[in-house]
Design a protein around this ligand. Structure first.
Ligand code: NCD
Length: 307
């Protein structure tokens, strides 16, 4: 298919064809990375400029975008809200217009407020990529997750994926659900009732409050962190209790299929959603997700800027 989209704001608006186009292109970059040939790409987006605007903390997403941009030969600027004029009272729109006046081609934006990347598109001629907006969407994370499942030979039609944990506050969960459903997978949301949003249960997505009942059924266990920083009130009694009722320990892992993948977007809270010794278990693909993320972001940059 020929690529038309200028911005990556979320998976809700994306088609299955677009997702497969991204996965296929990402695979080409991943193969190059694995053959240590990314140096040969360094001219591909030479002359293009990117800015990574992070109004919220990040390790993986920011570094992965920067590496992807550099591997394609782009000039890269990094913006951190805490050390910028935001701390002097500059508004989001003024920041976007200021940065845009410097003639940039791509802006990656992470912000605590849902909808800010979309708002930015109205104030810049650059392509905007959503690096996570509040609890709304985190499309590049979901795309790298889909790529990880796909590379592990998973067929999305009928694939059973349990997303476990703090779904209410998770932008990753929302993008994951949109993407998986578009590709024909079956999603089951697992978590304590206060952490499952009502709008998702109304949409007819399967819900369970008992992780033990899904263990031998699913092909992917996707674990989420409890996002205390987004909670204005107490949603779970304490972390030990959460680990006992929903945490993935050895006993639970042994009940899953041999082919079951354990996934997590990071950062991991060991001993809360996952036992310390399972993070690096053979069923865990957590670091492969990170690795695939660079290739996915290279693919997106190339598609947005060159079609
Ligand atoms: C996630 C995020 O920031 O939304 N992390 C990530 O980008 N890989 C998930 C989280 O913070 O728990």
């Amino acid at each position: 298919m020929s690529w038309k989209r200028k911005h990556i704001l979320g998976l809700e608006e994306m088609t299955a064809d677009e997702i497969y186009t991204i996965l296929e292109k990402s695979k080409i970059y991943l193969d190059q990375i694995e053959r240590k040939e990314t140096g040969s790409n360094s001219e591909e987006l030479k002359g293009y400029n990117a800015v990574n605007l992070f109004f919220e903390h990040s390790t993986r997403t920011r570094m992965s975008f920067e590496l992807a941009q550099k591997r394609l030969g782009m000039e890269v600027l990094n913006f951190h809200a805490v050390t910028s004029s935001v701390s002097k009272g500059e508004t989001f729109i003024d920041t976007i217009e200021t940065v845009s006046a410097m003639d940039l081609d791509v802006m990656v934006i992470r912000h605590v407020k849902p909808g800010t990347p979309e708002l930015a598109t109205k104030h810049t001629t650059a392509s905007v990529i959503n690096g996570g907006d509040g609890s709304r969407e985190h499309p590049t994370q979901a795309l790298l997750d889909l790529m990880t499942m796909w590379l592990k030979g998973k067929d999305f039609a009928g694939l059973k994926v349990a997303i476990v944990g703090d779904i209410l506050h998770s932008r990753v969960a929302r993008s994951e659900i949109f993407g998986l459903e578009k590709l024909g997978a079956e999603v089951i949301l697992v978590g304590p009732p206060p952490l499952i949003p009502g709008d998702l249960s109304r949409k007819g997505i399967e819900i369970s409050h008992d992780i033990d009942e899904v263990l031998d059924y699913v092909d992917v266990l996707y674990l989420l962190r409890i996002q205390r920083e987004r909670m204005a009130e107490v949603f779970i009694p304490d972390e030990e209790e959460y680990f006992r009722t929903y945490g993935l320990d050895r006993k639970r892992l042994d009940k899953t299929k041999d082919s079951c993948l354990v996934m997590h977007p990071g950062p991991v809270n060991r001993g809360v959603e996952i036992a310390v010794d399972i993070v690096n278990d053979k069923k865990s693909v957590i670091l492969e997700q990170v690795r695939n993320g660079v290739a996915v972001r290279m693919a997106l940059l190339s598609l947005l800027l060159k079609g």
